[in-house]
Design a binder for this molecule. Structure first.
Ligand code: GCU
Length: 330
């Protein structure tokens, strides 16, 4: 006959309680976050900072796993995966996002920002940057945070000091209607390509140059093949962290709050990091033998003036364009 001893009973009940205990905990979830940056880039560090804070604030209930270097696809592919619910989060930028939500186009108007302070005021404003983040749910994603990505400048295989030097040059742009328009007005032939294909395209002469912040020249080594960096500062286009609407709607209210708070903190972390990075990378570019050129900035500004006038009349962005202008302090 089977004899159930006290000890056996205790063990069995402990097991049942243990199992019940475990099943009453909520299941720890890991969100996949894709981006196309290098692990040495400031934005990768800011995303890790974000992931650490989410884990800490939820006691490990919610985790974020960061996949760098476009392992999960280009920026465009990541956004498409997000829309279909196959990916949870992605870091893109306002240029790329313009094709998914036209409101992001407001950031892509050349020379719309007077300086870095103005750019930050626009990102932080509830009527501009924050409203744009909040309003994209219908397009399959929700904006979480902006990251400073500095000013964009030309870097080329021939010196460029004014728009007339760009005539006939093939310049790589992001797949964004504003970037294409800007390049046409400046006289170059815009060539849309994913960022990950650019080094080879420069090396093989498929394009004669590109435009980006100084990090593209150093961290991504484009300065090995493009030896001129023209400081025209045509745009200041923020990187943007987004979460898929599908994933967002599955999160508890508390976890949604943590995501947004961690996003704000990561933006602040990045602000400091970016300022230090820019100074260091300009020195590195010089060491790589990249010539830093001063340019006829007024000529660049004049070439793209029609874009600002058109943007003020464009119903998808006019509200934001006017809002950005109103934040301009002389
Ligand atoms: C910046 C930006 C990236 C973007 C890249 C590009 O580096 O941070 O998100 O992919 O520009 O020009 O494609």
């Amino acid at each position: 006959m089977l004899k159930i001893t006290d000890a056996k009973l205790k063990f069995a009940s402990a097991l049942i309680v243990g199992c019940l205990g475990v099943s009453s905990f909520s299941y720890a979830e890991t969100l996949k976050l894709s981006h196309n940056g290098d692990t040495k880039s400031p934005v990768h560090k800011a995303l890790k900072y974000f992931a650490d804070e989410v884990k800490e604030k939820t006691d490990g209930d919610l985790k974020v796993r960061v996949y760098p270097n476009g392992q999960l696809g280009t920026q465009r592919e990541s956004l498409e995966l997000l829309q279909s619910g196959a990916l949870d989060m992605a870091k893109s930028n306002a240029s790329e996002l313009e094709s998914f939500d036209p409101a992001y186009g407001a950031f892509n108007i050349p020379y719309i920002f007077r300086d870095r302070d103005h750019y930050y005021r626009a990102m932080e404003s509830n009527e501009v940057g924050q409203k744009i983040l909040r309003n994209s749910e219908k397009f399959g994603f929700v904006g979480v945070a902006y990251f400073d990505a500095g000013a964009r400048n030309f870097y080329t295989t021939k010196p460029v000091r004014s728009p007339s030097d760009l005539q006939g040059m093939k310049i790589r742009v992001q797949p964004s209607p504003s970037a294409i328009k800007m390049m046409e007005l400046m006289g170059a032939a815009p060539t849309p390509l994913p960022f990950g294909e650019l080094y080879t395209a420069l090396q093989q002469g498929v394009v004669d140059g590109a435009e980006n912040n100084i990090g593209a020249v150093t961290t991504y080594r484009h300065g090995e093949v493009a030896k001129y960096f023209s400081q025209d500062g045509h745009t200041m286009i923020p990187d943007v962290l987004v979460i898929g609407t599908n994933t967002w709607n599955k999160l508890s209210d508390d976890n949604q709050k943590v995501i947004m708070e961690a996003g704000k903190d990561a933006t602040a972390f990045m602000k400091k990091l970016w300022a230090e990075y820019t100074v260091e990378e300009l020195k590195k570019a010089d060491k790589m033998g990249v010539e830093i050129l001063d340019v006829d900035k007024d000529a660049f500004i004049k070439a793209v003036e029609p874009m600002f006038n058109e943007a003020k009349e464009n119903p998808a962005i006019s509200e934001y364009v006017k809002g950005i202008k109103a934040l301009d302090s002389k």
